[in-house]
Design a binder for this molecule. Sequence first.
Ligand code: IMP
Ligand code: MG
Length: 190
Amino acid sequence: MERIKKDLYEQGIAKILVSEPAIDAAVMRIAAEIDRDYSESEKSLLLLGILKGSVVFMGDLMKKIKTPLEIDFMKVSSYGSGTVSGGRINIILDLHRSDLSEKDIIIVEDIIDSGRTLSYLVDYLKLNGAHSVKTCTLLDKPSRRVVDFVPDYSGYEIPDEFVVGYGLDYDEQYRALPYIGVLKPEVYSD
Ligand code: IMP
Ligand code: MG
């Protein structure tokens, strides 16, 4: 079964773009940056993961941050299906908390593409009274920006290729891969 799963996965992957050790290094670096910035804050830290893509990164990152923190999640949709962005943001799972004015929020994302999701969410959370809002992404495709957006914490800038693994999916597949891989174009071009 393990072997079959592995073969199936690997049929679709053209190459590994970010290896497990490279991901670990980015997680360690970002956790240290967050500790440097928040360990003295008088408000409390809330890591806000964006479902589903951020869950693997979120799980690894939260273990390496030494500053006490809470976690929460929102779910939004911007991509329709496949590899084409839908353009507008819908909130599918909202935050139901009344303590945002006491929170330093760091939104945790898997990847920034057009920039629409994170710029929308930063505005949304500020409008809802968050004390502060910063953003953290494992991957960034700056060449794809539609709206001006620069994350506060970022793992790696990558070229304009559709990637999967470590939480990122193509039509809900590949999320469990431990590395970031580039999908073979034939997987999604037909
Ligand atoms: P943005 O709003 O265009 O910045 O889109 C960000 C979202 O698009 C991410 O949270 C992902 O869900 C999705 N996305 C963008 N690029 C990729 C990719 O290469 N692989 C998988 N998902 C992606
Ligand atoms: Mg996502």
